[in-house]
Each structure stands twice: as structure tokens, then as C-alpha cells.
Design a protein around this ligand. Structure first.
Ligand code: HAM
Length: 426
């Protein structure tokens, strides 16, 4: 049987990898402009990290984690998201002692055992940031501004930023009680999933796609209707800060998010081109998570963008894939002695940083020149019997179709200029 990539996972082949590199480079550059530093955490963590942070009743923990026991019978999970991992690293390395505000970004694969469909993968990639150490509403606005800046610079047009607040722990509790109260009489009309949600985490009824449930939940009060004065003030300040940056948002009082750790601000960026899975990215505040995971009580806020969905929402051609120029030189040889010479020539050129290639399939000279053309080499070096005798090389300009006779030393000088150009373009 043929072995194929697992359903919901994707190979990123060379023709796509250029675009990915360009996206990653742009995102990293913007994160640095906003003062965020890179962090890389393991893909594998103790399963308990996610159960405790994302929440037992969340879909991710209930049915989407790749969890298994290792030889020592420890329960491990492939990370389904980055926030919990960054927080674990923050606590483990006592980063609060290094700086009062720690601003981190990360890029990498996440794993969720969801039913694969358009825009929903089992291995997908996040560009995420976490700003840990401040409850300042301006920081919420900064984080949102960075998410928006990244997608705009990547050529995503027509996205929608939905903003809400979940309030503090007390507000959430109060809100949940109100929801249960309101839904009590209508329980029979809800789907089985929502009836379960009513018991485990009633906020999640807003995520249901069932039209009957939607009909019922759309009339429920929003989270913002039951905020304490501090949370109300925080939310108003976040909105003002966003307005001062001219960032358009729509208030989404039923936006609750599927992860349990959020407090106060939460947001989602969606795009109409993406169908059912329309969220490009999302984030929010999680002021209690660090404390809950055993660290110092530290407020924090962050977001993650799904790279595959960003690509799907991008206007084609807006981002130039990383330059995929051909090699500076293709060395075409005739016979074993010339091949030996050519092989050494390549080593010398590469030591000078000049990109070069040669044939390893014993092709005819004609076929080698065709290959040089196919690879879009700028120059071809030809070494035949005559050149071996004279200790020379024919250097052919592949574009102008002109050629000169030269020596190895001269060749390096000629080509340094060409490789200089290639490096500058990259
Ligand atoms: P999330 O909403 O679960 O948030 O994921 C963020 C983004 O990842 C989504 O908006 C979507 O673009 C993408 N995504 C999620 N699941 C899939 C999937 N199965 N296939 C393709 N793309 C997917 C978080 O993960 C939080 N950690 C965000 C955060 C950071 N909050 C605070 N800091």
C-alpha cells in the first residue's frame, strides 16, 4: 500500500515554500518592530498543561488533542495551541524576574484532531504573540494592532475584526448564571450538544452552528451587559485606543471563544472568502492563566493567526514569494576528467558563496545545457577535452548567448558580481 501524508496534514512543496518564507519573514519583522522577541517551545508537552489551561469542557481537550502515553506511562500531547506552552515556559524560566513585561512571538505547527475539511487541518501553523505582565488596555490595543498589521501587510483585504469582552471571573460567573436562567425554559429546543454545554460550559452555546440553537441564542443578552465597573472601563479604553489607531472593529457581544482561559478582551478576525471556517486569527486577555498554572498572578494578552487561513484570504500576487532565482552557474562537462575538474570548480565557487550546480546523471553536453536553461542559471561553464588541455573554461552568458574563454581565477572574479546580485535580491 502506498504511504501518503495523513489526512488533514499537508506537504509544503518548494513552489509554495517561497511564499511561506516570505510570510514568515514579514510577520517576524513586524513582531520585532512592535518589540516582541521570538520564543520556540517544544511541540510535545504534558497533556495536563492543556487540560488545565484550555479547559476540560472545551472541544480541543474533549476530542481534538493528540494525546498518548509514552514508555514511562506519562500522558503527553502534541500542542494544540501556543499560549499554554509559552506560559509554561514563562513560569518555568521565571521570565517575570527578567522583565516586568515580557513580549514574545512564535511561529510553528499546532495539532488538532478535528474532522478535516476546507480550512480545517490536523496540523496547521500559527503566528502568535503573547504579551505577559501588564493589564494595561493599551496593550490589548497594541496586540490587536499587530495582528491587523500583519494580515494587512500580507495583502489580506476585506477582513472583519470582531471585538468583545468576557469580563473578569466574577462577571463570567454572573453571566453564566443569567444564561442558564434564560435557557432553562428552552432546553428541550436545543440540540444535544448544547444541552450538554448548558451543564459543562454554557458560554459555548454561542458556538453552535445548528440553526434552531442559533435562533434561540441570538436573543440572549451579550457578555457586555453584565460587566463590573472596572471591566466596563477596561473595555471602553481598549475601544478608544483602537479608534485612535483608526482600527475598525465591530462589537460582537456573543463572541465567547472556545478556550476557557480568556478574561476581559477577546477578539476574532474573520474573512468572508473562507466559508464555514472563516476565522483567520483570534486572541484576547488571559489574566488568570499564569496564576492558575502555578506562576505569579500576572495579566497577559495575545493572539494567534492561522497561516493556512491567512494564505487562503490573501489577494493572490500581493506578496512576492521569496526569490527563487536559478543558480549563478551551471557547470557542463564532457568526460570523467572534465567532471573531476568541474567538481573541484564547484567546491571553489561555493567557498566564495557563488551558487552553482552540475550534472550527476552523466547527461550529454546538450542535455546538460538544456538543464542549465531549465534551472535558469545565469552562466554556464563548459569544460571539454580542448579546455582540459589548455587549462581553460568556456564561460557562457545564458541570457545574451555570448561566450568567452577564461581561467578558473578569472571565472571567480566574473561570478562574484553575479552572486552579489543574487544575495542582494534575496
Ligand atoms: P484559536 O482561535 O484556537 O486560538 O486559533 C487561532 C487561529 O488558528 C484560528 O483563528 C484559525 O485561523 C487557526 N486554526 C485553528 N484551528 C485550525 C485548524 N484546525 N486548521 C487550520 N487553522 C486553524 C488560539 O489558539 C489561541 N492560542 C490564540 C491566543 C493567543 N489567545 C491568546 N493568545
Amino acid at each position: 500500500m502506498k504511504i501518503q501524508a495523513l489526512r488533514g496534514t499537508k506537504d509544503i512543496l518548494p513552489e509554495e515554500a517561497g511564499l511561506w518564507s516570505a510570510i514568515e519573514a514579514k510577520a517576524k519583522a513586524l513582531c520585532r518592530v512592535f518589540g516582541y522577541q521570538e520564543i520556540r517551545t517544544p511541540l510535545l508537552e504534558e497533556a495536563g498543561l492543556f487540560t488545565r489551561s484550555i479547559g476540560k469542557s472545551s472541544d480541543i481537550v474533549r476530542k481534538e488533542m493528540y494525546t498518548f502515553s509514552d514508555r514511562k506511562k506519562r500522558m503527553l500531547s502534541l500542542r494544540p495551541e501556543g499560549t499554554a506552552c509559552v506560559v509554561r515556559a514563562y513560569i518555568e524560566h521565571a521570565l517575570d524576574k527578567t522583565s516586568q513585561l515580557t513580549k514574545l512571538y512564535y511561529l510553528g505547527p499546532m495539532f488538532r484532531a478535528e474532522r478535516p475539511q476546507a480550512g480545517r487541518l490536523r496540523q496547521f501553523h500559527h503566528i502568535g504573540v503573547e504579551a505577559i505582565g501588564s493589564a494595561d488596555p493599551y496593550l490589548d490595543a497594541e496586540v490587536i494592532a499587530l495582528a491587523v498589521k500583519i494580515i494587512e501587510q500580507l495583502g489580506v483585504k476585506g477582513y472583519k475584526l470582531k471585538l468583545n469582552t468576557l469580563g473578569c471571573e466574577k462577571d463570567r460567573k454572573k453571566y453564566k448564571t443569567i444564561l442558564r436562567e434564560k435557557l432553562k425554559q428552552k432546553l428541550k429546543l436545543l440540540c444535544a450538544d448544547c444541552r450538554a454545554r448548558y451543564k459543562t460550559n454554557v458560554l459555548r452555546v454561542f458556538d453552535c452552528k445548528n440553526p434552531d440553537c442559533k435562533n434561540i441564542t441570538q436573543d440572549l443578552p451579550g457578555t457586555d451587559a453584565h460587566l463590573c465597573p472596572e471591566c466596563l472601563k477596561h473595555h471602553a479604553q481598549v475601544k478608544l485606543a483602537l479608534e485612535s489607531l483608526r482600527i475598525n472593529y465591530v462589537s460582537a457581544p456573543h463572541l465567547v471563544r472556545g478556550l476557557d482561559y480568556y478574561t476581559r478582551t477577546c477578539f476574532e478576525i474573520s474573512h468572508h472568502n473562507l466559508g464555514a471556517q472563516d476565522a483567520i486569527g483570534a486572541g484576547g486577555r488571559y489574566d488568570n492563566l499564569i496564576g492558575e498554572l502555578g506562576g505569579p498572578q500576572t495579566p497577559a494578552v495575545g493572539f494567534a493567526l492561522g497561516i493556512e487561513r491567512v494564505i487562503a484570504a490573501m489577494t493572490p500576487g500581493e506578496i512576492k514569494p521569496g526569490q527563487t532565482t536559478g543558480p549563478c552557474l551551471y557547470c557542463a562537462v564532457m568526460g570523467p576528467e572534465a567532471k573531476k575538474q568541474g567538481f573541484h570548480l564547484l567546491a571553489g565557487l561555493r567557498a566564495e558563496g557563488i551558487s552553482c550546480e552540475m550534472d550527476y546523471q552523466n547527461k550529454s553536453l546538450k542535455a546538460q545545457m538544456r538543464q542549465a536553461n531549465k534551472l535558469a542559471a545565469s552562466y554556464a561553464a563548459i569544460i571539454g577535452e580542448e579546455e582540459l588541455k589548455k587549462n581553460t573554461i568556456i564561460l557562457r552568458d545564458m541570457q545574451n548567448k555570448t561566450q568567452i574563454e577564461t581561467t578558473t581565477n578569472q571565472l571567480v572574479k566574473e561570478l562574484k558580481q553575479c552572486s552579489g546580485l543574487t544575495t542582494a535580491e534575496n
